[in-house]
Design a protein around this ligand. Sequence first.
Ligand code: ATP
Length: 272
Amino acid sequence: MTGKEDDMARTVSASEVAPTTYAWEIKAEGLVVKAGRRRAVNGLDLSMGVGVHGLLGPNGAGKTTFIRALATIARPSDGALELFGEDVRRARDLRQVRRRIGYLPQQFGYYRRFTVREFVEYLAWLKEMPKQDVPGAVQRAIERVGLADRADDKMKTLSGGMVRRAGIAQAIVNDPAVLLLDEPTAGLDPAQRMQFRELLHELRADTCVVVSTHLVEDVAAACTDVALIDEGQLVFQGTVADLAAAGTGSDVGDSDTERGYSALLANHRRPV
Ligand SMILES: Nc1ncnc2c1ncn2[C@@H]1O[C@H](COP(=O)(O)OP(=O)(O)OP(=O)(O)O)[C@@H](O)[C@H]1O
């Protein structure tokens, strides 16, 4: 890219430069991603388009590693991964892809002396958002997570649940086409979880949201579909109703969705 083209790219928002030629926002085929020496994602086939996708799986299933690969932080070691139709293993410059992604890591760092507003502004700057759009986008993101009354308080004065909501605000500030949320409801109280579900409902019409969670009930309430992974592979992808229908009265769980989850996992792990 020439310097001039680069300057032009900086003056348009991520949604304006969206190519329309791809079928899926996310497409993984035979994807392998290592965490340390372990193949934490081990031959994953999974496609996701616009909607809210619950990413379920037991501890160590590979959810975080997959999300890190989608955030272009962990590099795949085999297979294919496309974001917006772009092969991330071959792409020479991932900045265009990254501008269109929002990411809430499971654990994230921040300057404790930053105010909530400064924290969200900083991420907007990292995403190379047009300068004139930043104040409005930051205010809107903070309002959407219900932190408007704390916007000018320092991060170090917030509760754990508020910090997580500030993390969600920084993830949505650039109006991402793909939003990656790793355990977003950890530490949220019931009222905050309800508010978060409402936010997902708003986003589902025009954003590809991936929500990793242990809480099957969060998925049932807010997701358009579910992907269940185990040992780095896809076990099931379908609607919440399909998930619920997979269980029987004898499977472990307090609800149809939990019983479906247990049944699919047990079936996958059953020796052949
Ligand atoms: N840095 C690392 N070095 C070695 N192994 C790792 C590393 N990070 C993760 N792993 C291993 O890779 C596997 C997948 O981990 P990952 O964190 O992706 O799973 P997860 O589904 O997100 O789990 P959880 O639900 O507990 O967060 C696990 O067996 C984990 O122990």
